[in-house]
Design a protein around this ligand. Sequence first.
Ligand SMILES: Cc1ncc(COP(=O)(O)O)c(C=O)c1O
Length: 414
Amino acid sequence: MDQDVVMSIDTAGEARHPDLLRFRAEFPLLAATRYLNTCSLGALPARGRAKLDEFLAQWDRLGASAWYGYWMDELAALREDFGWAIGRPGSEIALAPNVSVALASVASALDAVHRGDQAAPRKRVITTALDFPTLGHQWLARATLGVELVVLPSPDGLSVPLEAFAAAIDERTALVATGHVYFTTGAVQDVSGLAELCHERGALLLIDAYQATGLIPTEVAALGVDIYVSGTLKWLFGGPGNAFLWLRPELREALTPTTTGWFSSARQFEFDVSELDFADDGRKFEMGTPAVPSAFLARGGMSLVREVGIDAIHQRTVDLGAHLIRLADEAGLPVRAVRDDARRAGIVAIEAADPTSIVTALAAEGFVVDKRPGIVRFSPAFYNTEQEVADAVSVVARLMESDQVPPRAEGPDR
Ligand SMILES: Cc1ncc(COP(=O)(O)O)c(C=O)c1O
């Protein structure tokens, strides 16, 4: 490896977004580590901690009165924040503690769709081998109801072509459930192309946007999506405990969840056990008492995303990914990433026979990165620097050059 080449820092991206680096000071984690793992967990901004302190102070001062004076308002504000991130009003959002719960609620309503036309029921759900397990598991768990999960393979390990979906979606398909951005590869899907395909053939499209929300400017209605779920762990810098669900308003009206809780009730505070009238907005798909401390934390992250702006975050993140790919190519490392900036979000991987030892060796030098089978996964965010990226590539190149961690055998350029 030529150290000089790897260390020749291209600061073009930084020069394009010099203003963004001032936000680094808000993240103590960035002073403590060289953090390149936002696709797993976004760093905690100071304002997230301040919001959590605000929650604790209200609890200390007000007890249960905090619900009516502050906490219900905070939950409504969080729905607005989520709506803003996908170009919809907050009234169309259902809060959930994680994506799995959001999926369980909507899957319970889709059981009726699966039963549908008794003569020709639509029993199939299509997902892909690159999707997050919890997405497919919702429908694997419904095997006893006759629901069948079809998992499309990825020919190149990076994405699944639209043609593969086209070949699979037919009159037996109730739903296509897949990611906006694949969580191991960062590949951005052609969501509107998928929506068109689904609707031509009478299927619904559910998108798991966990690796897109806050990072990819999104107008969910214009994409033609039917159901959209996401959460705050990663590119919304809001930590665990918060996710959301959006349904196309006509679909929301048409569907009835069979897994529910009292926050979905139109008259929640009448405490009438004998009647259930669902709220006529997004709350129809909510469950029980929300994780309020998490909601406060999430509002801190959302405030940051709103201030920085999703367009700027997107541009900067894609720049840093391109920088990583360029340096890794120059160092002769086996990059596994989408080369087209327009189709790559926040993830770039380097193939490795033994990713665990590379991640461990990087940790010894202060880097936090992640691994998946066969790859070391990097996800620089808007708050990272070109220098951090270059230093990480440099260490990987050094490790792979030594015989301790041999690179994988030559494969196709993916
Ligand atoms: C694409 C994707 N979906 C879902 C999740 C998480 O799902 P849940 O909120 O149910 O834990 C993650 C990561 O944790 C993810 O990357």
